[in-house]
Design a protein around this ligand. Structure first.
Ligand SMILES: [Mg+2]
Length: 283
């Protein structure tokens, strides 16, 4: 099937709308707590829009359906981004986002599988997601289940030996039903990634470990769709999509924050953030 120019521009317009709603949901949730990992959520919104709007096979009202593609968030602190995407996908009700991080909520500040429909693993103890993805993918293949496994990990998680151990195992077993997505925002809790532990050249390392690696601008929807299409068609080895993202993307006020990892946003700034997001969307 060939894709016409019109079909591709309609696809990108649909994804742009989805990414915009994910960002708006994330800002609304951020305001509930007044602080948090809002910069990362805005940074990965485009990736999650492509993943949840068109890549994953899901039944939104049956989150345990055995045929579903699994999306593993190993970076538990990015839960705010995933909740926004789950609301966009119809897995959770957008009204529930207002409970984010509150007592009794199904949406705790760090992702926990036992709390939230669509949250496959409890992340946050970093560097474990890819090993779980590898085990899940082996099990699915063993059972003849064609579902795919995705793992979103951070560039900080590339500091973890367990990530590379899993990368070796996944490639050894030729698990082409696995797609790893690395959010390279060049920052981690203790500072810029380049200063904490140098991990570049990231794509070369994955290739050396036997992975089919593609690197794109993670805030470029056209580049993301082309890369996901290529990875879906690839056979014989696992695939990794390395995404260079901008923290706070879409909200200039937050893109330029100095303390960007865990962001404090003043009460009056949330409306400014919403206005800037809206302004960028209308351009
Ligand atoms: Mg990072």
């Amino acid at each position: 099937m060939t894709t016409t120019v019109d079909q591709q521009s309609a696809r990108l317009a649909r994804l742009r709308d989805a990414a915009h709603r994910i960002r708006r949901h994330a800002i609304d949730m951020g305001e509930v707590q007044g602080q948090g990992y809002i910069g990362q959520a805005l940074g990965v919104a485009d990736i999650l829009a492509v993943v949840y709007a068109e890549q994953l096979r899901l039944r939104p009202h049956d989150p345990h359906w055995d045929g579903r593609d699994r999306f593993l968030l190993s970076i538990g602190h990015y839960a705010i981004a995933l909740y926004a995407a789950l609301a966009e996908a119809g897995v959770i009700d957008p009204d529930e986002l207002q409970t984010y991080g509150s007592d009794g909520s199904r949406l705790p500040m760090s992702g926990m599988a036992s709390y939230t429909p669509g949250m496959e693993i409890s992340g946050g103890s970093l560097g474990h997601g890819l090993a779980v993805a590898t085990g899940m993918a082996l099990g699915l293949r063993h059972r003849g289940n064609p579902a795919r496994v995705y793992n979103l990990l951070s560039d900080g998680e590339l500091d973890e030996g367990s990530t590379w151990e899993a990368a070796l195992g996944c490639a050894h077993h030729g698990l082409d039903n696995v797609t790893a997505i690395v959010d390279v925002n060049a920052l981690q809790a203790d500072g810029p990634t380049a200063g904490v532990l140098r991990t570049e050249p990231v794509a070369d390392k994955w290739r050396a470990f036997g992975w089919h690696a593609i690197r794109v601008d993670g805030n470029d929807l056209a580049a993301l769709t082309a890369a996901f299409d290529e990875l879906r068609a690839h056979r014989g080895s696992p695939g990794v999509l390395i995404c260079d993202t901008r923290i706070g993307c879409g909200v200039p006020l937050l893109e330029t924050r100095e303390k960007a990892h865990f962001m404090r946003v003043e009460a009056h700034e949330w409306q400014i953030a919403r206005d800037q997001l809206e302004e960028g969307y209308r351009k």
